[in-house]
Ligand binder design. Sequence first.
Ligand SMILES: O=C(CO)COP(=O)(O)O
Length: 261
Amino acid sequence: MANAQRKPLIAGNWKLNNNHLESIALVQKLAFALNDADFDAAEIVVLPPFTSLRTVQTLVDGDKLRIGYGAQDISQHDKGAYTGEVSGAMLAKLGCSYALAGHSERREYHHEDDAIVNAKVKAAFANDITPILCLGEGLEVRKAGNQVAHTLAQLEGALKDVTAEQAARLVIAYEPVWAIGTGEVATPDDAQEVCAALRQRIGELYTPEVSRETRVLYGGSVKADNIAGIMAKADVDGALVGGASLKPDEFVKLARLGEEK
Ligand SMILES: O=C(CO)COP(=O)(O)O
């Protein structure tokens, strides 16, 4: 089981799904199902599209829900002539606790490189938002056996000028690109190999104490029937979930870490 010092985090990345009305329905279903007093297995976070954040804020605040929320992206810029961008200050004003930085779909379709991802990580910290830094290799890199070196290089690029105090609060999500949306889940050992290497490198870049605080998630075709095996690994502190986070029953089972209740 992952280290008791680090509370498990289950984050649902809704991607380009759910308008604000659909978002109300999904959050209400989650809130109803997770409302029992003893529910404390994990910290639960949803990452809706920007257009739903205000709606989710209103629900969470109004009903004091034990569901956190955040954004799927954050601008590297504070303000100005950057059409279409949403700043960290705007997200903080909406009560966002988290923002993804460097999701592989942003890296691929929007050409985000390590320097941009680094700027986004720092923009999040500057606004008291916890970045969920997404890393992971594509299929060719995996086939060549270079997944650890590739992912550690992404980590170092993303953490330039990030302080030890910030690194301790950071969430990292190891998401091998070949496992995203493909049903091709990494084995628990695959996940552990890279998550352990990421934690070790955090220890080398900062201190071992910092590396014991940083939470490292796995993402890629996580479902209720495979999460328990992944969570059993020492360096995996939770999951970043795509498709399964859109199905309330499935996400509730994930929030319970796959255990029947
Ligand atoms: O990209 C992901 C989460 O950010 C994973 O997506 P899937 O769970 O749909 O494979």
